[in-house]
Design a protein around this ligand. Structure first.
Ligand code: MUC
Ligand code: MG
Length: 367
């Protein structure tokens, strides 16, 4: 179970339509496939989705930091040395997607070596999660139509609505249109990706007070410290810290400082090892948790559901697991399916996923 090699392979798969939100837009999944090889011939896999506009990581940067810093730190270790891996990677600040993909590929290799699924290794609470679909910026009618398509085709009944545009009525009109169309048949929450000020956020939330929102996420920047605390203190729904609370230490600071009352756990940026630390912290603090999406492909979504299904707290709410549905293709031999509003973990060892060699040949960018 000794790690002998780490591969970082760039690939790009276009989206059928771009996903737009307050901090950026994504037109193609320009991700990095990470493969961890062992001396027994086992290969663990995971994907890193760079989000330059949020975390400053790029596809080229992820490959470079894996090749030059992180791979040499883990080659020679056993797959069981996950705390040693964590301690070594944690010496370097930042680089969340690069570290996480390496961490998750190691867990996948461990599961394959032991013939146990990652979900069972992590906690084994259940084998599936309800799915929440994230709706990017568009006109109200188009966003309602997309939500309707997701409900009709995949049975999805929880929607996260991207907000943060100006004037705020552009977004509040969308949420109102969704509630009018679906009535009480769907759960709705909003994510501002720091697009509004605290005052704009308060005005928007007041306009939407009758719309039965489940949560509000990252409406204004956490760095507007007093404004954010003021906003959070006057809301009557949990306020999710997403990009402002990447590490367990960030979560502690934001929550104890009154800038958040719930958190998003994204395996794309905290892997499995750090996500477990964040999960345990959230449990201790009594926080609501949503399994978030860093606009992951199928492999990343499988990682999210593998982790989310492993614990009661993370399986309680619908997880953001469906953005891969908007990609034109993917790398897995067997595509993920959202059925009756749920995504199941894959049976079998590790993450239960295999890469299709023809698809990898087609989409990889390094040859
Ligand atoms: C989200 O929850 O903010 C948008 C950018 C990113 O990194 O994640 C998404 C979704
Ligand atoms: Mg968010």
């Amino acid at each position: 179970m000794k790690i002998t090699r780490v591969e970082a392979i760039p690939f790009a798969i276009p989206y059928r339509k771009p996903l737009r939100f307050a901090s950026g837009e994504v037109r193609a999944a320009e991700h990095v496939l990470v493969r961890v090889h062992t001396d027994d011939g086992v290969i663990g896999i995971a994907e890193a989705p760079p989000r330059p506009f949020t975390y400053g990581e790029t596809q080229a940067g992820i490959i470079e930091v894996l090749d030059s810093i992180f791979a040499p730190q883990v080659v020679g270790l056993s797959l069981l040395d996950r705390e040693v891996v964590h301690a070594r990677l944690a010496r370097t600040v930042g680089n969340p997607a690069a570290k996480s993909a390496l961490d998750m590929a190691i867990w996948d290799a461990l599961g394959r070596s032991l013939d146990v699924s990652v979900t069972e290794l992590l906690g084994g609470y259940t084998d599936r999660m309800r799915v929440c679909h994230m709706l990017g910026f568009d006109e109200p009618a188009a966003m309602v139509a997309e939500a309707e398509r997701m409900r009709a085709t995949h049975g999805i009944t929880t929607f996260k609505v991207k907000v943060g545009r100006r004037p705020v009525s552009l977004d509040t009109a969308v949420v109102r249109a969704l509630r009018e169309h679906f009535g009480d048949g769907v759960e709705l929450y909003v994510d501002g990706n720091r697009g509004w000020t605290a005052a704009e956020s308060a005005r928007a939330m007041a306009e939407m007070a009758d719309l039965g929102l489940l949560f509000a996420e990252e409406l204004c920047p956490a760095d507007d410290v007093l404004g954010r605390r003021w906003l959070v203190s006057r809301l009557d729904v949990p306020f999710i810290a997403d990009e402002s609370a990447v590490t367990p230490a960030d979560v502690t600071r934001e929550v104890l400082g009154g800038s958040a009352t719930a958190i998003s756990i994204k395996t794309a940026r905290t892997g499995f090892t750090r996500s477990q630390r964040t999960h345990h912290l959230a449990e201790g603090l009594g926080l609501e948790v949503v399994m978030g999406n860093q606009i992951d492909g199928q492999l990343g979504s499988l990682c999210t559901v593998a982790f989310g299904a492993a614990h009661e707290l993370t399986a309680r709410r619908a997880g953001e697991l469906s953005n891969f549905l908007d990609m034109s293709d993917d790398l897995l031999t067997e595509p993920l399916r959202v059925t009756d509003g749920e995504l199941a973990v894959r049976p079998g060892a590790g993450l239960g996923a295999e890469i299709d060699p023809d698809k990898l040949r087609r989409y990889r960018q390094d040859r």
